[in-house]
Design a protein around this ligand. Structure first.
Ligand code: DO4
Ligand code: MG
Length: 307
């Protein structure tokens, strides 16, 4: 079961519900994911268990990323050995910062996205025109409620520019935070349905013109830090009144000089959690969805309607 946010194009409204067996959505009597994240974990579980709203055919709805209101997406970095080694390769002059942060007590955490910028399943992700090497970063993401409790998991793609970060680590925000650089999966798998988040298979496949150009597999058992430790640092001097998504870092990084190209399809699967598939664009103007999202968001600070 996944907690989902959906667009009903017929009725021109956004709703929230439970996706059951990928075929049916049982509506919940709330207006947003953030409203659900105001509940305690017990209240949320009770609300999901007692759901008896209208049942909808999931194929008639468009699933939106489960991030809305004042929610933010944050990300942890260099949490897997493979990520540390690849970043040391791309950044020879500043290689030691990755070495040091991997073993330091304090993890690397950064803001990845506000809610309205998040791209959902099937929507385009972008690579920057001023960046030579661009990669997807498939990551397990933890969903934390307004009280600081982990309530579920989802899939995040922390799309990044390796060349901009490699030039100087102080360029990290430009390498990581730009329009359509953050994609989040179609729903939240509740924490009570994922017995061991440190034993999940992650796969990444990149296809170009129907041909696989890169694929890899990993498992969250190789994560160098506890999930609770990452969430603890995130909340140490911060509060998230509508909840927050914390992406926990990547262990799959295509070796240099591989780069994403416009037209590629990036497919991520995390066992028991979900999947995420997005086409790649390089010129924002070429993506109708992005252009509409920007226009929409500027009219509605609450977020794009995405009709
Ligand atoms: O240090 C840069 C970011 C690393 C990152 O995003 C990751 O390891 O997933
Ligand atoms: Mg990352």
């Amino acid at each position: 079961m996944h907690i989902v946010r959906f667009l009903d194009s017929g009725q021109q409204r956004v709703g929230v519900g439970l996706l059951i067996d990928a075929s049916q959505v049982v509506e919940l009597d709330v207006r947003s994911i953030s409203e659900l994240l105001h509940l305690s974990l017990d209240e949320l579980r009770g609300r999901c268990g007692a759901a008896d709203g209208p049942v909808r055919d999931a194929t008639t709805l468009r699933l939106l990323p489960p991030v809305d209101g004042l929610m933010e997406v944050w990300a942890a970095g260099v949490t897997y050995k493979s990520s540390q080694l690849e970043r040391m390769r791309e950044s020879r002059e500043s290689a030691s910062v990755y070495d040091r942060v991997y073993t330091a007590e304090r993890p690397e955490l950064f803001v990845k996205s506000t809610a309205w910028r998040v791209v959902g399943d099937g929507e385009p992700i972008a690579v920057r025109e001023d960046s030579e090497i661009n990669v997807p970063e498939p990551e397990l993401a933890v969903v934390v409620n307004a009280h600081g409790d982990t309530v579920g998991y989802t899939v995040c793609n922390d799309v990044s520019s390796r060349s901009i970060e490699g030039e100087n680590p102080l360029y990290l925000p430009q390498a990581k935070v730009y329009l359509a650089s953050c994609a989040v999966g179609f729903g939240i798998r509740p924490v009570w349905e994922v017995p061991d988040p440190r034993a999940l298979d992650i796969s990444l496949e990149i296809t170009r013109g129907g041909v696989t150009v890169w694929q890899g597999r990993a498992n969250t058992e190789a994560l160098h830090r506890d999930l609770a430790e990452l969430v603890g640092y995130l909340l140490f001097a911060n509060r998230f009144p509508d909840g927050v998504v914390l992406s926990t870092g990547t262990s799959l990084v295509p070796a240099l000089p591989f780069s994403l190209a416009a037209g590629d399809i990036v497919e991520i699967k995390i066992a028991d959690v979900g999947s995420l598939s997005n086409p790649v664009v390089s010129r924002l103007a070429d993506s109708d969805w992005l252009v509409e999202a920007i226009e929409d968001a500027s009219r509605r600070p609450g977020g794009p309607a995405r009709t």
